[in-house]
Design a protein around this ligand. Sequence first.
Ligand SMILES: [Zn+2]
Length: 630
Amino acid sequence: MLSYTTMKRLVHYTAGRAAVALQPFSIRADSPCACILMYHRVADIGFSDPEHDDWNVCPETFERHIAALVEVADVVQLSKLPGCLGKPGNRPVVAVTFDDGFATFFTEALRILQNYDVPSTVFVVTQEVETGGPMSFDGWSVKNFGRVQSDICRSMNWSELESCLDTGLVEIGSHSHRHLKGFQCTREQLYEETHRSRDILRSRLGNRHSKIYAYPYGSARLGFVNAAYKHAVKAAGYEIAVCSEIGLVTSDNDVHQLPRVEVHGSDTAGTVRAKTRGVLAPFRLIKRFRSTSNSIERSDFGAADTVVPQRRPDRPVHRRKISERKILVIGATGQLGKHLVPRLVERYDAVTCFVRPTTDRTPVTLPGVTFLEGDARDRESLQDAFRDTDMLISAVVLEDFAETLVPAWKAAKIPRSIFVSSTTVLTKLETDTKRRKIAAEQELFNSELNCTVVRPTMIYGTPSDQNMAKLLRYLRRWPIMFIPGDGKSLWQPIHVEDVVSALVHCVDNETTSDHNVYNISGPHALTADQIINEACKALGVRRMRVHLPLSACVWTVRLFGKLIGPHVVQVEQLLKLAEDRSVEHTAASQDFGFSPRPFSEGIRQEVALIRAEAKGSGRNSQIPITETTK
Ligand SMILES: [Zn+2]
C-alpha cells in the first residue's frame, strides 16, 4: 500500500502539473502583489524513505527552482517585500524563505543562492540553535538521527548563522523559541516564544535580525495562528510575520500574517514558476482536502504507525496512538451516547462508558466496551474515573452536570476533551437553560485545558427523541396540526448520526482542539410548515395545518397557568417554538468537511427506525406498521 507521504508527493506532483497547465489561462491579479516561497530542508537524504516528507527538496531540484526563479521573477529580501509589490503585467516579485533553520541551508542551499545571487530569509528556532541534535519538533529527524548526516537533522549553529550573514544575501528571522503550537500556548508561553527568541537573536546577531517572525505550523484557519499569538508577535516588535496560509501578498494583507506558498520536493521548475505567478487553485484545493481528511490519511493510506494527527510536517508525538487512546464516555446510555459508542468502538481500542450502577447498559454492551460504575453528580467518583483517561467525551446535558463534571475534569487534567453543549446558548430569549449553559461553557473555556465544544441544534433521528418522534406520533394520531405562530419560523434540526459524525471527527482531528466551538445543524433551515410537510410525507399521511396567533397562545397559556396552577405548556416553550432557530455550521464544514443529511432523508430514517423497533418488540406502535411508498 502507498505510504501517506508517497501519496502526498503524488498529489503535490499532480497539482503542480495542473498548475503548469492552467498557467496560460490564469489572470494576474489587478492589484500589485508578490509571492513568498516557503522552503524547509534542502538535502539529499541518501536513501529512499516513503515516510520522508515532501517538504524536503533535494539540492539539484532546488537549483532548478532558483534558476527558474531568477529567469522570471525579481527576488527580494522578505523585509523589503511589502514595499515593492509587483505591478500587474510586470515580472513577479518573490521572496524566498526557509523555516526551521536546518543546517542544510548552510551546507547545501547557500552556495546555490550565492551562485545565482538570490537573497533569502531563514527562520530559526532559537532553542534548537546550539543543540547539535535533531530538532525536537521534527519527528523524522528524531527517528533518523544517526542514520543520516547530522546536518540533515540539526539546526544551524551561531557561527554558521553568522557566516550566512557575512554573504550579505541572508537575513535571519525568528521561528519562535521552542516551536510550540500557537493554540496550545498559554499567554506566558506565547510571550516566551516571541520575546525570548527576539532577545536571543538580537544579542547574537544584532537588531536587524529580530524583525521578522514565522509562526510555527503557520495555519490561521487551523488555529496555529490566533489573535493572542499575533498580539504577542506585535508586542515583541516584529515588523513582519508570515504564516503558512496559501496566497500571494497584496497591500491589503495584514503584515503580521502574510500568506506564503510552500515549495515541495516534487515541484518542477515549471511548478515553481506557476506558483510565483499565483496559479494556486490546485494547491488550495489539496490544502482544503488535507485539513479535513486526517481520518482518511490514517486509515486508508497505511500510515497507522506514524501517528498523523495534523497536516504540517513538524508533527507532534502523542502519548498513545490515536486508535489506542483510552476514551471515556459520559452519557453513554443517553439518546446521543447510544449512537456514539458503537461508532467509537469501530475505531478505537479502548472505550469506557461511565454509567450509574442502576442504568440499563444493554444498548452499549458491545465487544470492546468496558464499564465504570459511578455517578456523574459525584465529583469524587468522576475523578476516579478520569484517572488514566486520554480523552473525555461528555454527552450529558452540560449544565445539569457542570457543577461536578467541570471541577473534576479540571483536577484530572485530561489531555483532550470534547463536550456536547447545544445551540440553545444562541437563543435571543433570556431563558434559565441558556444562562446555565453559557455559564458551564464559560467554565470550560476559562480552563487552560484542551477542549472542544460541539453545539448541535435540535437533535432528531431516534425513537426516543423528544422532538420529531413526538411530532411523528402526533401526526399519526390527529388529523389537524395546530401551530403557534405563522409557521414561518426557521428550524434546522440535525440527525443524531450527523452529530455522532461530527464528534468522531473531533476525536480524530487534532486541529479541532483547543477551545474550538462548533455549531452543528442540518444542511438547510426549514420553516415549521416545511418540517411538518416532510414529516407527513415520511409517514405517508396528509394533515391539515392550523396556525394560531402567537399572542393568543401565550395569553391562553398564561390564563390557564393562573387558573389551574402549574401547566403542561410553558410560555417559554411557546416562544421558543416561534423563534427563528437556524444556525450555520461553517466552521465545522471548513475544519472537518461536516456535511449533514437533508431533513427529508433523516425523517424517513426515523420513521423506518420507529417502525422497525415496533415490529421487533411486537408492540403496537403509534406509527402504523406499513411501508409508505414515498
Ligand atoms: Zn517549523
